[in-house]
Design a binder for this molecule. Structure first.
Ligand code: DAH
Length: 360
């Protein structure tokens, strides 16, 4: 009997060692340990042996079974490693190859415009602040002096999300921020005055036509200090507009308007002329609206823990796509987000282009 087991061991071992891929190894396993395998078959004969021989042969067969299983596992590991080595050797990537000239990338006009905006406002001493795209009703509306049920909440075509806990663990009405003004609140709550910041980022409203997309970008400005007045606001915006549109002779006017978070509020127009369907920014016979602004409402200051008798300031907000469309003559807002590489080839910028400096 022992000879038979030794013979079986030799046969199965050589079969397993000869397996040079995972499939033949699996065949060898079935041949040895499967339901109809050789070891299994021997196990079945144990019943016909006398008790002494049954015990001895049974132990020997069990030991063989374990040995063979271990051998198979080792062989499987080796084969897998070998397969991986072969794969790694054939899948090399030559990273020293130069890029194909025909697939040169371009900077998207939104990225370019944002770079320009940062450059201009950084020159005026503004820092950049950020906030989340997923906001809560309090930061987006309530703290900005929109009373509950105020029609302006609906005017903004808000995308509402299911209620969820805010950072303090309190349940909150969540939404996609409809404007970057929400970051004014976050900044004032988390920092000490004076404040001089811009905020740039994505904003969301349920709207879609030639001049509206559900996602678009805004830039927000906020200046808070002692003794800030509307003259500072106008001066700041005039310097900005001249630098951004690269026009020295640029008339600007403030028209009374309404926003819940500013008092007084204004919309800002710059001079332009329209001839033969073309638009030219600069002194001319027409006006073009570019942004909304105002003096920060005392209620907003109070909501952020500031005393309106001590601190005042101004804020403004603009659409970044609109600024890019005016400066670079892009006619349809929707094309910004269609990911058409021909469009990007035409309207995009070379990576080496430097954004214009505000004050040369
Ligand atoms: N949040 C306004 C909007 O999305 C834009 C705006 C207007 C922002 C006046 C301001 C501001 O900071 O003072 O339509």
């Amino acid at each position: 009997m022992n000879d038979m087991i030794a013979e079986l061991k030799k046969e199965l071992t050589s079969l397993i060692e000869a397996a040079n891929d995972l499939e033949s190894l699996e065949n060898a396993r079935v041949n040895a340990l499967g339901k109809k395998g050789k070891i299994t078959a021997q196990m079945k004969t144990l019943g016909s042996l006398d008790p002494e021989a049954r015990k001895e042969t049974g132990q020997a067969l069990n030991a063989l079974k374990d040995e063979i299983a271990e051998l198979i596992a080792r062989q499987e590991k080796d084969l897998k490693k070998q397969a991986l080595d072969e794969q790694l050797a054939t899948e090399t990537l030559d990273i020293s190859l130069s890029a194909r000239p025909e697939s040169k990338g371009k900077i998207h006009p939104i990225s370019q415009t944002m770079e320009e905006l940062v450059t201009i406002f950084a020159d005026m001493g503004f820092a950049v602040a950020e906030g989340p795209d997923i906001e809560d009703d309090w930061h987006n509306f309530t703290a900005l002096n929109f009373p509950p049920g105020h029609p302006a909440r609906e005017m903004q075509d808000t995308f509402f999300l299911p209620d969820d806990p805010d950072e303090d663990g309190e349940m909150a009405h969540k939404l996609l921020r409809t404007h970057t003004s929400a970051v004014q609140i976050r900044h004032m709550l988390n920092n000490k005055p004076p404040h001089r910041i811009i905020v740039m980022g994505r904003t969301y409203r349920s709207d879609y036509d030639m001049t509206h997309t559900p996602m678009f970008h805004q830039i927000e400005g906020l200046v808070i200090d002692k003794n800030i007045h509307m003259g500072h606001l106008k001066g700041c915006l005039l310097d900005f507009a001249k630098a951004f549109f690269e026009v020295d002779d640029l008339p600007m006017r403030l028209r009374p308007s309404f926003f819940p978070f500013t008092e007084p509020s204004a919309e800002v127009d710059i001079g332009c002329s329209r001839k033969d369907g073309g638009l030219k920014i600069g002194a001319g016979d027409d006006w073009m609206e570019i942004l909304g602004c105002g003096m920060v409402h005392p209620n907003v200051l109070k909501n952020c823990g500031l005393d309106p008798d001590e601190y005042q300031g101004f804020a403004f907000g603009m659409g970044i796509e609109r600024l890019a469309m005016l400066k670079y003559g892009v006619p349809d807002l929707r094309t910004f987000f269609e990911s058409d590489t021909r469009w990007l080839d035409h309207y995009g910028f070379d990576a080496a282009d430097r954004p214009n400096r505000a004050f040369k």
